[in-house]
Every structure is written in C-alpha cells, then in structure tokens.
Design a binder for this molecule. Structure first.
Ligand code: GLA
Length: 374
C-alpha cells in the first residue's frame, strides 16, 4: 500500500500492544508491573521525501495528514498527535527531522486498554530513527515515547505500555521495576493461553478518572512522606505506614494508596510464582488484584466486574482481572490452553446474555517487542 501511494519502497516496522497481567496504577508510583506484549500490533512503513514535507497516511482512518518537516508540531487532539509527538520529542533530542512519508496500520483494538497509542508511538519512533540513523537502548526509547504522552499529547501515564511494546518477548511476561527500569522475563507455560475479553466499554486515560485516581494516591503518599520522609513515591510506602497515618488521609486517598501498596506486593509475588511455574498462585494473586482494583482503587466498572465474575467458574480458568488503565476496556484471563476455545465462547455467550452487548474475545499469545520486519 505504501509503495502504491507514495511510489517509494519503504522500511517496515512493527510494535505490539500489551496486556498487563498484574500491577495496575503502580508504574507512575515507581513500583512494579508485569505486562505481556500481544499479537495485536501497529505497523509503520516509512520512506524519505524530497519536498520538505511529512505526509502520514493512516489506513485505519483512511486519512492523510501533511506537515512541514521544519516546523515545530503542535498537538491537535487527533490521531496524528501520536506520530507528530514522536517527531517533536526526537527533534528535542537533537535529531534533524527529514521529510518522509509514513503509512500506518494497526489491529490493536482502539480505546480498549490494550495500548494502541503506545504501539503507535513506538513504531513511529523506530521508523523515524531508521531514517535519521539513530538508535536507543530499549528502556531509553520507551522513556522517549512516554514523554510523547506526557509532554505532547497531555496524558499523564506511566512507563509500562511503552516499555513492554519496546521490550516484550515471545512467550514471556516481563516484570518491570518502574524505578530503575530493570526487568526480568518469566516464561508463560506452553499449556497456558491469554484470553482477552473486551467489555466494549470505551477506556481512555486522557479522561478525568485516571488523573483523579493518580492525584488521590499521590496525596496519600505526601502524607506518609510528611511523617517519615524518604517516601517520594508509594513504591516506598508500607502497610505499616498506612496503619499509622491512614486516618489523616481523605478516605478515598487511603483506599487508592492501599491498592497501590498491596498491588506492588502482589506483583512481585506473582512474578516469583510465575518464575516457579506456580500458576495457581499467579491466578490467586490476579483475583485478589481485581478485587483491590475494583473496590479500593475504584478503577473498574460494572461490565468489567461482571466479565471477571462470569469467568470465575469456567473450566480452565487460572486467573481473571481487569487489565490496563481502567474504567472499561478488557479483562485478561489466563486459561489452560486446551480449554481456551470453549472458555472464550462460553464467556462471550454469558456476557452477551447478561448485558445485551456482544463482546470481542481474543485468544492471544505473548509476542516480541517492536522491531523491523522489512
Ligand atoms: C495506562 C497507562 C499506564 C498505567 C496503566 C495502569 O495503561 O498508560 O502507564 O498507568 O494505565 O496500570
């Protein structure tokens, strides 16, 4: 398609979406997350131009946008903010941005909490860097793409989504320490499958709820830090701190902090269980994490709670929870491989019968992070 549209042979890149197994709203608190890159991805084809323009074609929107390569991009609440945000951040890093044609296509379901925007940022960054002859270590590239969200798009997200899109590994989950960006890979056993169930309730991190929850949890952290210092992030707080000073917090702040502190503990425990192949324990921790996310963090919604409930007694289920930024989007289910198809069908049937909404249910596997494919 790129060749036909732009009459130029492109270099082609892919970057995956992600599902998070456990560790929600812990990344911006410098805590732990355990995401998996999935086999839904965004592709970018890029070729140089000689007319000083950046022309971006988005196949999914059947829309083309043109920019002046020498001008400073500005955000416009449009899909092109993501690729142009990458251009802006790379220019800020000292890269001279050349004129180019970029074609984009993706199958990460939009607004479903599977990080379509992170995949778009990462794939654009790889494509543009290939033209300028630049490259960065994975964690640095992820940080640059996170800055696209924070500084250009205006979404106050953490590092998880961009990090896993860059650094994911086939058949593995990645335990990330969001403080120093060190990580460990834990294999997902061959007889275990990821079933991703889309509630069809749109999720957005640009909206107010993500920001409010983050602010509430940070307010609790400030109170603890005021007492004993050395707690710039909830990563540094303990349940003991909450017991001592929780009564000084707004009730909501207390609950948000309780979720984040316990979630860090669960995430580290889940990664150890996964490394040992103790799937029963992983599943138990995922179930606990969902309750904490829903009750303490109040980051779920009726439909996501229902999707988790409906999965709980289905044959083959290891663990189920709402994944991603929250307030809609998808649940992630770890399911025994030989039951996955029947599980997905029955879950879809049950959810449709209860809500009147036909959900999209995908049987997925852990995939490699972003790379060049052509
Ligand atoms: C969104 C953000 C991430 C993370 C999750 C919640 O996906 O982009 O940085 O905060 O929500 O865990």
């Amino acid at each position: 398609m790129h060749l036909a549209r732009f009459q130029a042979e492109p270099a082609i890149f892919v970057a995956p979406g992600r599902v998070n197994l456990i560790g929600e709203h812990t990344d911006y608190a410098e805590g732990f997350v355990m995401p998996v890159a999935i086999n839904f991805a965004t592709l970018a084809a890029i070729s140089p131009r000689s007319d000083g323009k950046i022309v971006i074609w988005a196949e999914n929107y059947s829309e083309e946008r043109t920019f002046d390569a020498a001008a400073q991009p500005v955000a416009g609440n449009h899909w092109s903010d993501y690729p142009m945000g990458v251009v802006s951040i790379l220019a800020g890093e000292g890269h001279k941005i050349p004129a180019f044609s970029l074609s984009l296509w993706g199958d990460v379901p939009l607004g479903s909490g599977l990080s379509s925007s992170a995949a778009l940022e990462v794939v654009t960054a790889l494509a543009v860097l290939s033209l300028v002859g630049g490259s960065y270590p994975g964690p640095v590239l992820a940080r640059l793409c996170q800055r696209v969200e924070n500084e250009f798009v205006g979404a106050n997200c953490g590092i998880m989504d961009q990090f896993i899109s860059v650094n994911g590994k086939e058949n593995h989950a990645l335990l990330l320490d969001c403080r120093d960006l060190s990580f460990r890979l834990a294999p997902i056993p061959a007889n275990v499958t990821l079933v991703i169930a889309n509630t069809m309730v749109k999720h957005s991190i640009a909206g107010g709820d993500y920001k409010t929850r983050r602010a509430e949890s940070e307010a609790a952290c400030a109170i603890i830090n005021g007492h004993r210092g050395g707690v710039p992030f909830l990563r540094d707080a303990t349940l003991d701190d909450l017991a001592k000073w929780g009564h000084e917090m707004e009730p909501k702040s207390y609950l948000r902090a309780k979720h984040v502190i316990t979630e860090d503990l669960r995430t580290v425990a889940a990664s150890e269980a996964l490394l040992k192949g103790d799937m029963r324990e992983v599943g138990r921790l995922m179930a606990e994490a969902h309750i904490s996310y829903s009750k303490d963090f109040e980051g779920s919604c009726e439909e996501a709670d229902l999707m988790v409930d409906l999965a709980n007694d289905l044959p083959g289920l290891i663990g189920a929870r709402l994944t991603g930024g929250g307030f809609g989007g998808c649940t992630v289910n770890l399911v025994e491989q030989d039951q996955a198809k029947a599980f997905a069908e029955e879950l879809g049937r049950r959810y449709a019968a209860r809500t009147g909404i036909v959900p999209q249910i995908h049987i997925c596997h852990a995939s490699d992070g972003a790379h060049r494919i052509g």
